[in-house]
Write a protein that binds this ligand. Structure first.
Ligand code: SF4
Length: 802
């Protein structure tokens, strides 16, 4: 491809098509196009064709039961489905590999402690089909690349280790030992351990994660990016700097005691469905719900609990008492507007609204914050959030009347340039009300993947704290690397620039999870070796380095037998509860290794006699891994004993006692600027969202039932008035163009759908629209990609091509 990068801005802008834009393109006018190999970023020849129904206003109910059963029946053996369903999320059972929502501490439902998506996750993992040497011999990469992500996932469980040798178009089998030796050779041939990237997905158990970071640091690098970098890194940064701990403070029980639950930038009905049960209980006990989200989601309006037949008959429970359809990234403005109103009244009513005793004794920065709030013109705030004054007043009234307030949020807040500020603004509100560390009040960042929080606790972090590394050194007797490593966006850029040459992914689907698909594809192709530990085929196996390996592992549902007998693993949920998970199904192949065993094999082959760890012993009994975790990580005292207690144990969280581990022991108010969002009349702010038929990068089906969109994923939800103003209509095929730092990125062929979304805001599905998200544009402080605020233009397909 032609490459011209240094065009003068003074000259007429010229479109240049290149395939290596990241480093060289600054200031030029460039369109990034799909490379010739299929990365999943660009559309098939023809779209599948959309079917549209009215968006639903209720979540759960019989359709949820029907959908769950359909998936279980279609993809699992009936006996396996029966066995797993009644062990899922039970004490001592299988921890759902879906989201990180916690299970009740006390009695759990005998009917089943899971949601529709939990069953879909199990049906995906425990599918009856498997694929091995024959399958890969028949299907070259070039053919597999043409399949959709949905089709790839449904090919079956991978049954043996596979290698793609240099120059080949087909994976072929490789014995485990040879695979480990090959990786070890490639790693040891690097000029520096920092030339390797070791990624982790949030499904990885505590045991595997601890061993993995131990190996990586013994090898000599902190290059441990993870999926947390792309979701709640902003929450961690904001909570640590204001409250002294990067985790939420509430427990599930708090929802029973809350006066008010505020839900911001989160869609629990699709992404954390059992949260709806907690919200239902909150409502039944007299609590209120304030929903703040650009899209009106069924899971925030009404919930029909599938486990309560009477509720099914009577039509469920109304959830949101007030629903504010804020503009995308209008949350800081809205929160400031609400707090300004409260401050005004507080001054008049002298201490009746804010918790002045808490503020005085436990916090720092209130006076400055109060002054800061008064600097804003209310009309500017109204304009920036898109919510009329009357609605803001209603929200302020709900907050004024409430003492016990829980604030829940997800990626609608974190994935903006100002993602960290968004969370800090939420903390400001809770501090004003003294709503942290009380029963029924506190912070609740809702985590996406089942052990994403636990992996970070285990040390999967590119920026480890000194104390953690000191402890590793003391316990294991090796010199831990001190230089911070690559986050996910750093890792992509390093591979792109050939500064990193080996990519190892413990779980996940890197190419689909990450921003800037074409750039990331280019980065992976630059590597000498890419390795994926996986259960099923995914796009990342097809966008590979010069050599590539697929190492098939046991899933959560699989029985894990090691030398000392059957093993269990442990995970930490969104509320800091550590619990066990024990698989029960016969693995689809004898050739599968557990994730801890894969890490041990890798460590032995790479480190040889250099290692100070007895990897073989650790794998024979996972109790030995947990005994080491206990020595390194605070809060895991008597780990093996306590995790065997039904339901596990809570990790310490000082915020629950109104203690703040900041330098001065106080909770901190923060002064956060309003984000500057200026859109021309033909520009839109795009956020990526998930359908109801997917979990992160795993696509269970092609429907988005709650939003009434069926059979097609390449859609763009637009306000009907915006469509009309742009002389477009529902059903038009559009190309989407993002522009950042002089570069344009194009995602082809999206079907316009008129939808109830604020003006100049649009929504597209992840990962199809990831190609539009620049890898070098991310949240300040946290480096979380800005997947929820991408400025785009749209063009009718014929227009752009002509
Ligand atoms: S709410 Fe999350 S953890 Fe619970 S069953 Fe559903 S997907 Fe699994």
């Amino acid at each position: 491809m032609e490459e011209k990068t240094k065009k003068s801005r003074a000259k007429k802008a010229k479109t240049t098509i290149i395939d290596t834009p990241l480093a060289e393109s600054k200031g030029s006018d460039i369109i990034v196009v799909a490379s010739t190999e299929h990365t999943g970023a660009q559309p098939p020849e023809t779209l599948t064709g959309i079917r549209k129904r009215r968006p639903q206003t209720k979540a759960g109910g019989l359709p949820a039961i029907g959908s769950a059963l359909k998936h279980a029946r279609k993809y699992m053996r009936i006996a396996d489905a029966r066995k797993t369903m009644f062990r899922l999320n039970q004490k001592g059972g299988i921890d759902c590999p879906g989201c990180a929502w916690p299970d009740p501490d006390d009695d759990r439902s005998r009917l089943g402690e899971y949601c529709e998506n939990g069953i879909k996750a199990i049906a995906e993992e425990a599918q009856r089909q498997s694929i091995g040497a024959d399958f890969f011999a028949q299907h070259p990469i070039s053919e597999l690349q043409q399949l959709s992500d949905f089709e790839l996932g449904k090919k079956g469980r991978i049954a043996e280790p596979m290698i793609l040798r240099t120059g080949s178009d087909r994976y072929s089998p490789i014995p485990w030992n040879e695979a480990f030796q090959l990786i070890g050779r490639e790693l040891n041939a690097l000029q520096s351990p920092d030339e390797a990237v070791f990624y982790t997905s949030g499904r990885t158990s505590n045991e595997a994660a601890f061993l993995y970071q131990l190996f990586v640091r013994e090898f000599g690098t902190n290059n441990l990016p993870d999926c947390s970098n792309m979701c709640h890194e902003s929450s961690g940064k904001a909570l640590s700097s204001t409250l002294g701990i990067g985790k939420g403070s509430v427990t599930l029980d708090d929802f029973d005691h809350a006066d008010l639950v505020i839900i911001l930038g989160q869609n629990p009905g699709t992404n954390h469905p059992r949260m709806l049960t907690a919200l239902e209980r909150c409502k039944e006990k007299g609590g209120k719900i304030l929903a703040i989200n650009p899209l009106k989601e069924a899971g925030l309006t009404n919930f029909v609990n599938p486990q309560r037949p009477l509720k099914i008959l009577r039509g469920g429970t109304k959830l949101a008492d007030l629903y504010l359809q804020v503009k995308i990234n209008g949350d800081v403005a809205l929160l400031k507007a609400i707090m300004s109103m409260l401050l005004f009244q507080e001054k008049q009513e002298l201490g009746d609204i804010f918790d002045m005793e808490f503020i005085t004794t436990r916090t720092k920065g209130y006076e400055d914050f109060a002054k800061h709030l008064q600097q804003f013109d209310f009309r500017d705030l109204e304009e920036a959030c898109g919510i009329p004054r009357g609605q803001i007043r209603k929200a302020a009234r709900m907050i004024k009347k409430s003492k016990r307030i829980i604030a829940c949020w997800a990626m609608g807040l974190t994935q903006h340039e100002n993602g960290v500020d968004n969370i800090r603004e939420v903390v400001n509100l809770l501090l004003l009300k003294g709503s942290i560390g009380i029963q029924g009040g506190g912070t609740c960042p809702v985590r996406g993947h089942s052990n994403v929080q636990g992996d970070r606790t285990m040390g999967i972090w590119e920026a480890p704290e000194k104390e953690f590394l000191d402890k590793l050194e003391a316990v294991f007797g090796f010199k831990a690397p001190r230089k911070h490593g690559f986050s996910t966006v750093d890792a992509i850029q390093a591979m792109y620039r050939k500064q990193a040459k080996v990519f190892f992914g413990l779980g996940g689907n890197f190419i689909s999870a990450t921003p800037d698909t074409e750039i990331t594809a280019h980065a992976l192709r630059n590597c000498n070796l890419t390795v994926h530990v996986s259960t099923k085929l995914n796009r990342s196996h097809l966008v590979h380095g010069k050599q590539a390996l697929i190492l098939p592992c046991l899933g959560r549902t699989d029985l894990d037998e090691q030398e000392s007998g059957e093993q269990f693993v442990t995970t930490e949920n969104s509320m800091g509860v550590v619990q066990m998970s024990k698989g029960i199904l016969e693995p689809c192949s004898e050739a599968l290794f557990s994730e801890p065993a894969i890490v041990a094999g890798l460590a032995k082959a790479t480190l040889g006699s250099r290692t100070k760890v007895d990897w073989t012993q650790l794998i024979s009994n996972y109790d030995d891994i947990r005994a080491l975790i206990e020595k390194v990580i605070p809060g895991f005292e008597n780990y093996n004993e306590r995790v065997r207690e039904p339901g596990g144990f809570y990790l310490p969280n000082p915020n629950r006692k109104q203690e703040f581990s900041t330098a001065d022991g106080k909770a901190h108010f923060s002064l956060n600027k309003l984000p500057k969002i200026r859109l021309a009349s033909d520009q839109y702010l795009m956020m990526t969202i998930r359908t109801h038929d997917q979990f992160n990068t795993t696509i269970y089906g092609l429907d988005d039932r709650y939003r009434g969109i069926y059979h097609e994923r390449r859609v763009i939800l637009m306000n009907p008035e915006d469509l009309e103003a742009a002389q477009l209509k529902s059903g038009d095929q559009l190309d989407l163009i993002s522009e950042y730092d002089g570069q344009k990125r194009v995602a082809h062929k999206f079907i316009a759908v008129a939808y109830d979304i604020p003006r100049q805001c649009v929504a597209t599905y992840f990962p199809e629209a990831n190609v539009l998200i620049p890898v070098n544009y991310f949240a300040r402080e946290s480096k979380t990609p800005i997947s929820k605020s991408v400025v785009i233009k749209v063009k009718k397909v014929e227009e752009l091509r002509s």
